[in-house]
Ligand binder design. Structure first.
Ligand SMILES: NC(=O)c1ccc[n+]([C@@H]2O[C@H](COP(=O)([O-])OP(=O)(O)OC[C@H]3O[C@@H](n4cnc5c(N)ncnc54)[C@H](O)[C@@H]3O)[C@@H](O)[C@H]2O)c1
Length: 256
């Protein structure tokens, strides 16, 4: 929660991947705090639906179709957000996916490329598009979605994804440290498994999902809202000395 009541009222967040899962849950949490929410997703209908849910909570929303793997679309998204709301204070790069599960020797060039295009380039384009605006205002918080996988390496199913999320963690740290004296903070979040359509999208087998569950001391998946509340905290005035790091949220899950 913010330290100052109404801290988020009238401020604007851009959320990529807002049509589903963690992005959508975060959109609704920022709506609860009366922020303006830009709901961006490659899934246009889903983005519209999330924006309508933000409106239902009494906050302003803008639904935009954007493919984060296309630099021009991400630049257009930030421009539309600034034109609509005057300024943008927060960026949450949630769009991402493991694409599909594969053993290391079965990862082909196309899978590696697709995984990096979405998780790494999508985040890279988002930060490069939003930062000039934030620097002009001498204020901005960027939260990027990494994963616990970056710490575990994804053996047996997702080395491609773990490596991409490792790049997100490093890139976030570099940006945070480069702009640390200019009013910019950047952080990443590294969740363990969260209950969203993500596992289905990656084609995770029931055995793999059970293995994830067995590894978590709390014996449950996280809820998307449990990540959204952290995004809110990280963007708030409650943690102005926090930047560069990745924050683990995993029900006690270990590092194996
Ligand atoms: N769910 C988990 O277990 C988990 C764990 C760790 C990290 N993550 C990360 O959290 C983030 C959100 O995942 P989620 O669990 O909410 O999954 P999700 O599948 O529910 O949501 C992902 C959203 O990203 C959108 N998207 C996909 N490709 C896109 C593109 N090219 N451009 C714009 N939008 C695009 C999808 O349409 C979808 O709405 C991802 O970066 C994921 O890697 C998820």
């Amino acid at each position: 929660m913010p330290k100052t009541p109404d801290y988020f009222a009238g401020k604007t967040i851009i959320i990529t991947g807002a049509a589903s899962g963690i992005g959508r849950a975060t959109a609704l949490i920022f709506a609860r705090e009366h922020a303006n929410v830009v709901c961006a997703d490659i899934n246009e209908a889903g983005a519209r639906d999330a924006a309508a849910a933000v409106n239902d909570k009494g906050s302003q929303a803008l639904a935009l179709k954007a493919d984060v793997t296309k630099r021009a679309e991400v630049e257009g998204l930030v421009k539309r957000a600034v034109d609509t709301f005057g300024s943008v204070q927060f960026l949450f790069n949630s769009a991402g996916a493991a694409i599909r599960r594969a053993k290391f020797l079965e990862i082909d060039d196309a899978l590696m490329q697709k995984t990096f295009d979405l998780n790494v380039n999508g985040t890279f384009y988002g930060m490069q598009a939003a930062l000039p605006h934030m620097l002009k205002n001498k204020f901005g918080v960027i939260v990027n979605m990494a994963s616990m996988a970056h710490r575990r390496g994804g053996p047996g199913s997702s080395v491609h994804y773990a490596a991409a999320k490792g790049a997100v963690v490093s890139m976030t740290m570099g940006v945070a440290r480069e702009y640390a004296t200019q009013g910019i903070r950047a952080l990443s979040i590294s969740p363990g498994p969260i209950q969203t359509p993500f596992q289905d999208a990656a084609g995770s087998s029931p055995e793999l999902v059970q293995r994830f569950l067995d590894d978590i001391p709390m014996k449950r998946f996280g809820k998307p809202e449990e990540i959204g509340e952290l995004v809110l905290f990280l963007c708030s005035d409650a943690c102005p000395f926090m930047t560069a790091d990745t924050v683990y949220v995993n029900g006690g899950g270990g590092w194996r």
